[in-house]
Design a protein around this ligand. Structure first.
Ligand SMILES: [Zn+2]
Length: 68
């Protein structure tokens, strides 16, 4: 199995424009879950969005960005 090393990434939230860190740990978590795309929203916006979509979406979907 190949070793993958993650580094913290600085990303811009496309929702509020804030800079946020996509940490190595989060990247590892995403990869483990099979998420291929990096988040496009800061944790604050993501949480707000997840709270809104939780009722109709049983599975966590951090990158459901095509429905705006
Ligand atoms: Zn944001």
């Amino acid at each position: 199995m190949a070793m993958i090393f993650y580094r913290d990434m600085e990303l811009i939230c496309r929702s509020c424009g804030a800079t946020f860190i996509f940490t190595a740990g989060e990247q590892e978590f995403y990869a483990d879950k099979g998420f291929l795309n990096e988040p496009t929203r800061c944790p604050k916006c993501r949480n707000r969005r997840e709270a809104q979509t939780a009722r109709r979406r049983p599975e966590p979907s951090p990158e459901d960005d095509n429905d705006e």
